[in-house]
Design a protein around this ligand. Structure first.
Ligand code: NAP
Length: 693
């Protein structure tokens, strides 16, 4: 067992600006180990030449990123995630220096890498292989369809300045970098000083990999004064940290001017609620206690999503207090580099003083039921050494008349348990935090869950329900998932991060584009109704992915629908719905003139009309969407189909996805049904087309 600081050379942290590592400055800021108090790192203290960095990002990184498609950038992210993952041992080696245990480090390091993987995958699956993102569908703006609208998003042409908190030096950096780079916006990372050496090590991996284009990322440490001054309209600031720093940033002249986008994630008094239906010794009760303990102790409570307030039905309060007190008494606090240690120290002596001070304020209106505010002796360190703090549980008898428990964030292992009367009361108490990142509810009571959601959702960025039905797979109260929104209203800062592609759009400008179908098709690379269709000789199913063009189209021959067809289809499929079988009943229905053909029959006949049967470039039909049945078809009428290439998306070097616009028309040329069909088409083999036949 080696302690976390032995035989370590001093870490030196500098910025990376304008394509190179900064030289070591004469003024250095010392960082001390939270375990031993020894100096472990030195950071350049002078402020950066931020104007030069911003200029470099705008003129070098931005253009290089923007000339790529979303898929190109997603591939870079995937390569980056693979590279960091393969080299993460160096990050885990530094992790305990921050006071974090191996498990804490997993959230930070593997959590950060996982987030990059997730954006790499979403970028390929949910964004086009293009440089313009389509936001929503086409809007019809004129009677004849000759003037349309489409919302599009294009990357900002400035820089994303990302100011991060100390607690997740890797995840905090990567979860901001991934969506910004996917959008096509270069980034300047400003880590929190106290854990900057770990962020810098991860950043070094990014630079050494040479995966990103020149100027895509820069790194700055040191005095932050003036860092917002060179920013302008196309730039964005993404801040994570305390409410007080957020407020200082909001008052910066460059921000006050309103020209610059600002996303803020700040502190949050998250709550957890034991549902009114949950009884002691049930699986839900155990899960509630386990998650609460995990949230109090992970990262020594230095987590933006940690549970600060524990809301419990009045009658369950004694059992909950007993269970939490028992579990906390078994938490071993000590050197995070030692095996068997559950919780390390706070990040610094300053953080220890802050947390003790905040806990003392909370103590003023509560009763301490577990832990001690005094210095504790920790496993593997000398008595009195390090920024160790015992996990604390306070009990607040009257949540309605308490103030500090709903307003003071002790950013450490500190939590307050309080009773509630009913679910409406629990919701009201949870909302008293003034806006939070997450509130969790342990319940199987569906009605209570819905009522809680209606009254609390406006106050919280995420509501996490857990119970025996999902607990084996639940992702955790405190884990922001890349797919789900992270952020919260009011006190939590009002910002939003993650949430899948939503966060990519924060780095882009949404614009409404209006014009003719022809121009919209050319601008968006997506065929819209009314634009020219190319009726080229060969059946589109005989063309390889790369041979097809947006707008390629065929119109099939006609097929008459007979009563025998309808009856045969009904017998064959078992779908004997009265509208297809009983003329009198169908006439009584306001939608039908009498017996009509099944919609699914029309779909099946449509496929029979447009499918080219021989083996060829079409590999598979992968689904259809947006199906509408618009006009009934009766026996004796005929249908034909128009099939048009709407959009092309490469998926692998071997094949790509074609989205087809399919319109089924009757003998009078009226639309009877429409949908979007998706097929996978193979790429042209080297040496040319073999499908021509
Ligand atoms: P902090 O003290 O507010 O610092 C945050 C960042 O701002 C650091 O990089 C800091 O640099 C920088 N900074 C400080 N003063 C600045 C200024 N005048 N201009 C520009 N940047 C400035 O917060 P922290 O102690 O690192 O983190 C703890 C807080 O973050 C807690 O309140 C926690 O709730 C919150 N947090 C929120 C989230 C979330 O997603 N909502 C996530 C994590 C943490 P220095 O390190 O050099 O001071």
């Amino acid at each position: 067992m080696a302690d976390s600081n032995s035989n370590r050379t001093m870490l030196s942290v500098t910025g990376f600006s304008c394509g190179g590592w900064d030289s070591v400055a004469s003024t250095r800021h010392e960082i001390r180990s939270p375990v031993t108090g020894e100096i472990i790192a030195e950071v350049n203290a002078a402020g950066p030449d931020i104007a030069a960095m911003v200029d470099y990002a705008r003129c070098t990184g931005g253009p290089r990123l923007r000339e790529m498609t979303f898929h190109d950038r997603a591939r870079l992210l995937k390569a980056l995630a693979i590279h960091i993952n393969a080299n993460k041992d160096c990050l885990y080696a530094l992790n305990p220096l921050t006071g974090a245990t191996r498990r804490d480090g997993w959230y930070d390091i593997d959590g950060g890498i996982g987030t990059v993987f997730s954006y790499a995958s979403k970028g390929r699956r949910e964004m086009p292989d293009d440089r313009i993102y389509l936001d929503g569908g086409v809007e019809l703006l004129s009677r004849n369809g000759n003037f349309l609208g489409q919302h599009v998003a294009t990357p900002l042409t400035g820089v994303a300045l990302q100011v991060n908190a100390f607690n997740f030096p890797v995840w905090g950096m990567l979860e901001k970098l991934a969506p910004a780079l996917l959008a096509g916006v270069p980034c300047i990372v400003r880590p929190a000083t106290v854990t900057s050496y770990l962020a810098a090590e991860c950043f070094r991996l990014i630079i050494d990999s040479r995966i990103l284009p020149e100027g895509a990322v820069q790194f700055t440490v040191g005095d932050p004064s003036g860092i917002f001054d060179p920013l302008d309209t196309q730039d964005i600031v993404c801040f994570t940290g305390s409410a007080s720093t957020a407020s200082a940033i909001r008052s910066q002249p460059a921000i006050v001017s309103g020209r610059i986008r600002l996303t803020v994630e700040q502190d949050s008094l998250n709550a957890t609620v034991l549902g009114p239906d949950v009884v002691p010794e049930s699986a839900d009760f155990t899960a509630f206690i386990d998650e609460t303990i995990r949230e109090i102790t992970t990262k020594a409570g230095q987590k933006c999503t940690a549970i600060r307030r524990i809301l419990v039905p009045e009658r369950q309060l004694p059992d909950v207090v007993e269970a939490i007190t028992f579990s906390l008494s078994r938490v071993s606090v000590g050197d995070p580099g030692l095996s068997g240690v559950d919780m390390g120290p706070l990040v610094s002596a300053r953080q220890l003083a802050d947390v003790r001070n905040s806990a003392a304020r909370i103590a003023g209106e509560t009763e301490l039921v577990s832990g001690s505010l005094e210095q504790i002796t920790a496993l593997g360190v000398e008595p009195g050494q390090g920024a160790f703090f015992s996990p604390l549980l306070f009990r607040c008898a009257d949540a309605d008349n308490a103030h500090t428990v709903h307003s003071v964030e002790a950013f450490g292992p500190v939590s307050v348990v309080m009773p509630y009367r009913d679910i409406a009361h629990a919701s009201d108490i949870a909302n008293r935090g003034g806006g939070s990142l997450v509130v969790s509810v342990f319940t199987s009571d569906a009605e209570a869950a819905r009522r809680f959601t209606l009254s609390s959702a406006p106050w919280h960025g995420r509501i996490y329900f857990n119970n025996a039905g999902c607990m084996a797979e639940a992702t955790g109260h405190g884990s922001p998932m890349p797919q789900m929104l992270h952020g919260g209203p009011g006190r939590a800062g009002g910002g939003e991060e993650l949430g899948g592609i939503r966060s990519v759009l924060h780095f882009m400008q949404r614009s409404a584009v209006q014009g003719s179908p022809q121009l919209l098709t050319a601008i968006t690379n997506q065929w819209v109704d009314g634009a020219a269709e190319k009726l080229r000789g060969r059946h589109p199913f005989r063309r390889f992915f790369d041979e097809l063009a947006v707008g390629d189209s065929i119109t099939t021959g006609k097929r008459q629908i007979t009563l025998t067809d309808i009856e045969h289809f009904a017998e064959f499929t078992g779908d004997r719905f009265y509208a297809h079988m009983d003329d009198a009943a169908a006439r009584r229905n306001p939608f039908f003139p009498g017996r009509v053909a099944h919609g699914y029959l029309l779909l099946s006949f449509a496929a029979g009309l447009f499918v080219d049967p021989e083996e060829g470039p079409v590999l598979a039909n992968t689904g259809l969407s947006d199906l509408t049945f618009e006009k009934p078809v009766v026996a004796g009428e005929s249908i034909h189909v128009k099939l048009t290439v709407k959009r092309k998306t490469p998926r692998t070097p071997e094949y790509g996805e074609i989205r087809w616009n399919v319109t089924i028309l009757n003998q009078d040329g009226e639309r009877v049904a429409g949908y979007e069909l998706r097929t996978m088409n193979s790429m042209q083999p080297v040496g040319g087309s073999v499908a021509d036949g």
